[in-house]
Design a protein. Structure first.
Length: 100
């Protein structure tokens, strides 16, 4: 399961509205880099694939490809202020950097 906080959901909905992408699901992906750290990507995607896994959280439809699913299970997407700047963050129990 992948979930979105209310703050992140509002930001994602605002971004969809600004980009004329309302109604499109949010695709989330993660890649494990050579050093073991994770690189996250997300964006609105109107292309679906038969093997995609879909989730719904806080009114946001989330799509994940099978190769990212195991690495993203349990992830929470949040929108927080860090050093005076608002950012989307991934709180992922599978990310080795976050476990340190």
């Amino acid at each position: 399961m992948i979930s979105v906080t209310p703050a992140a959901a509002k930001q994602i909905q605002d971004s969809a509205t600004q980009g004329n992408m309302e109604g499109m699901p949010l695709r989330i992906a993660v890649t494990r880099l050579e050093d073991g750290s994770f690189h996250y990507a997300m964006g609105f995607d109107d292309a679906s694939h038969a093997d995609d896994k879909t989730f719904r959280s806080e009114g946001i439809d989330i799509v994940v490809a099978p190769q990212s699913l195991e690495l993203l299970t349990g992830t929470v997407i949040d929108y927080v202020e860090l050093d005076g700047k608002w950012e989307i963050i991934f709180i992922n129990p599978n990310d080795p950097v976050q476990k340190a």
